[in-house]
Design a protein around this ligand. Structure first.
Ligand code: DGJ
Length: 726
């Protein structure tokens, strides 16, 4: 029989040889769909709720404007956008190849799926350039239960000579919708995490940092994007994302073709063209994100759960409560004073006495912020018996001992500056600029990395009882230049790699010691650093009124177990209000215990006990932001344990104008509708009575549909409720 080649058969053969491949990255509720097109490009066609029938994923249309031959800008919904050929919008990847050519066209090569355990699946999609021996492996690590994806790229080549990576983002996501709204955060010292939400109109909105260290001083690298309308706590589609990188970052939000938004997240390529040798692997940082079809609250809980289960150091563990001396003594102390403070720590009932800045420097004593930084020998005038005896004294007084370090920095007035000028970041021929009278050490230099590790290691050796470290970082990088690095274009990246390798080494040797991440307040709060740190210092602004807002905003991305909230002299509110605000996270103190009134002391001692009785719910439970402090007279936040039989609800009266009390009940969330609960007010100030009747019983259904009035008002500024199932 002769073979008859009909046109119909021809179509079939053509279709078959260009058969599309569909890859789905699936979590409990959501999916990210990738697909190859007829040119073998990898497109990302969908991110959203899972479909019932996975066989329908190939039916999702990619960009409707991709019509070759039309007058429209040709655009593909590529999963990782390279520049120099078809794409003329913001790329993820921009490369100068070994021969000087600047075009990259990535096509699908293979996909590999690895089920890492019950909950995590890694999908690696390998892309290769059509002309060059240049490869990109896109990594998608899906956390099923948490509905979270971590995405990053590994870039490699085998070209002749070196390749220069001009841009190398971790990921780009393309969203479709009618409108897009960005919630982002701008900051400054003592005004961290101010929030704004805006519609993304046409063009590119970029949020970035070029500060080197303290990279969140001006902007956070965490954000939310709502689709169609600004999502509320419980309604609307929203993506929450955060770049896991402690250095310069860049987030681009580009709207195009009316219905599309592309989010590109990665290291900031500012002044950082990266030269890649043949065979070398460039791994971008991870970009973590979650999609929620039920508002921002769920998106936050997804990230918080992911962080506690996988990212934050000891995320599922316990934490130590602290008495810190910074705001009570500043630089003015000696051993006697400090030994008294360890006794006060015990008296208060918290776990650790944390000695802050000012304990070191001899030739140039650290008696203020202008000298001594870098000279990590204890000051013999202030501490006659040394830090080792402080550790012993703390143990004898029944508490633990912690210490402050700022190992990445140096004061020009220090022995370190005199002895190691070549360890300092600066431009040799230019004027020095300082932030807080200090310069940054050159962590690109392995000798400096060794010095920093040794600084920490020596403190551990000197104080074997050391139980806590506060790691501060008060300057950003001016005059970015390493005296030893060959390629200054690698400076910003090598700094962070150097920092990470020191932290890695510290964690290897001291895996369990809790460490607080601080940068003159909250200028360094990112998920790459939080892999090494158990907690962070949100802000030097401890005014409890401001703190309600600051802690509220951090909670969009970070779990409360990581948020160090201290009661200090800042703010003229009563200690009860300060304590209730600090309890919404990791409680701590910076107060002169010996100057507290009898009742304030009694209240605080009881408060620590009360906190210990419910801290597990705040640290490990699910958080529900019930009423926001911007729009309501009462801000309200609840934490519910996983069994849904216990909850703590924090309520703060935040109205600044006189009001006639609150009449509307607050609807609780996250309870079991079928369970019966009683509600009691806790953490009362001595001598006060609660108007709340703790004998009444409510169903979860009632509390979530009708709500409960905490009776917070201008006379009862803060109210903490304990909800317990019967
Ligand atoms: C800045 C930090 O934010 C403060 O908490 C304190 O540790 C000071 N540095 C010490 O210099």
């Amino acid at each position: 029989m002769t073979y008859k080649f009909t046109p119909l058969l021809l179509i079939f053969v053509a279709m078959n040889s260009f058969a599309q491949k569909t890859i789905s990255i699936t979590t409990k509720s959501n999916v990210l769909v990738l697909e190859t097109d007829k040119d073998n490009n990898l497109l990302s066609t969908y991110i959203g709720k899972k479909l019932e029938n996975t066989a329908e994923y190939p039916n999702i249309q990619p960009l409707d404007k991709y019509k070759p031959g039309s007058d429209d800008l040709l655009n593909k919904r590529e999963a990782y956008i390279a520049s120099g050929s078809l794409n003329l919008l913001e790329p993820s990847l921009s490369v100068t190849h070994g021969d000087g050519n600047k075009s990259t066209v990535l096509t699908f090569a293979s996909v590999e799926e690895k089920q890492l355990d019950d909950n995590r699946k890694l999908t690696i999609v390998r892309l290769t350039d059509t002309k060059y021996k240049f490869d990109v492996a896109l990594h998608y690590l899906a956390y099923f239960k948490e509905d979270v994806i971590e995405q990053w790229a590994e870039i490699k080549h085998n070209e002749k000579g070196t390749v220069v990576l001009n841009k190398y983002a971790s990921a780009n996501l393309t969203l479709s919708g009618r409108k897009f709204f960005l919630k982002n955060h701008y900051s400054g010292a003592v005004r961290e995490m101010r929030s704004e939400e805006q519609q993304l109109l046409h063009g590119i909105k970029t949020i970035d940092s070029k500060l080197g260290t303290r990279t969140n001083l001006l902007h956070s690298s965490s954000f939310m994007v709502s689709i169609d309308q600004p999502a509320t706590e419980d309604m609307g589609e929203v993506i929450a994302g955060s770049l896991e990188w402690t250095g310069n970052f860049k987030l681009d939000f580009e709207t195009f073709d009316e219905y599309y938004l592309r989010i590109t997240a990665g290291i900031n390529n500012f002044s950082s063209n990266y030269t890649l040798k043949a065979g070398e692997n460039f791994v971008t940082p991870r970009f973590v994100y979650t999609y929620s079809s039920s508002g921002k609250g769920l998106a936050s809980r997804n990230l918080q759960n992911w962080a506690r289960n996988y990212q934050l150091a000891d995320g599922k563990g316990e934490r130590l409560t602290i008495l810190n001396n910074w705001e009570t003594t500043y630089f003015d102390f000696n051993d006697e004073k400090l030994n008294e403070l360890t006794k006060d720590t015990k008296k208060l009932g918290v776990d650790v006495f944390l000695l802050d800045d000012g304990w070191f420097g001899n030739k140039y004593p650290r008696n203020g912020a202008t000298s001594g930084l870098g000279d990590w020998q204890y000051n013999k005038q202030k501490l006659k018996n040394g830090i080792s005896s402080l550790g012993k004294e703390a143990t004898a007084n029944g508490v633990k001992f912690g210490i402050w370090l700022e190992p990445e920095m140096v004061n020009p007035k220090s022995e370190l500056y005199e002895n190691h000028p070549d360890w300092i970041i600066r431009q040799p021929e230019r004027k020095e600029f300082y932030m807080r009278n200090q310069l940054v050490l050159d962590l690109t230099n392995p000798k400096v990395q060794d010095f920093i590790f040794k600084t920490v290691d020596d403190v551990f050796k000197e104080v074997p009882e050391l139980a806590f470290i506060k790691w501060d970082c008060n300057s950003l990088i001016y005059n970015a230049n390493s005296p030893t690095l060959k390629n200054q274009d690698h400076f910003y990246i090598e700094y962070i790699r150097g920092l990470n390798s020191v932290l890695e080494k510290i964690r290897k040797k001291y895996p369990k010691t809790p460490m607080m991440l601080c940068a003159g307040g909250g200028s360094r709060v990112d998920y790459a650093a939080l892999k090494y740190f158990t907690e962070f210092w949100p802000s030097d602004n401890t005014n409890p009124f401001d703190r309600i807002f600051i802690q509220w905003e951090y909670s969009y991305y970070f779990p409360s177990i990581a948020s160090d909230n201290h009661i200090t002299d800042m703010g003229n509110q009563p200690i009860k209000f300060k304590t209730d605000v600090a309890m919404m996270g990791k409680l701590g103190y910076d107060v002169r215990v010996n100057e507290l009134s009898k009742n304030d002391l009694l209240f605080s001692q009881n408060a620590v006990r009360t906190y210990n009785s419910f801290k597990d719910i705040v640290w490990h439970g699910q958080q529900y932001r019930l009423q926001d402090p911007y729009e309501n007279k009462i801000a309200s936040i609840a934490y519910v344990n996983d069994a849904k039989d216990q909850a703590v609800v924090f309520n703060y009266h935040v109205a600044t104008l006189f009001t006639n009390g609150v009449i509307l009940p607050i609807k609780l969330k996250g309870l079991d509708p079928t369970k019966k609960y009683k509600i009691e007010e806790i953490n009362l100030y001595p001598g006060t009575k609660s108007p709340i009747d703790s004998t009444k019983v409510y169903s979860g259904d009632f509390l979530m549909k009708v709500g409960f009035n905490p009776e917070a008002n201008s006379y009862r500024k803060s109210v903490v409720l304990k909800v317990t199932a019967l």
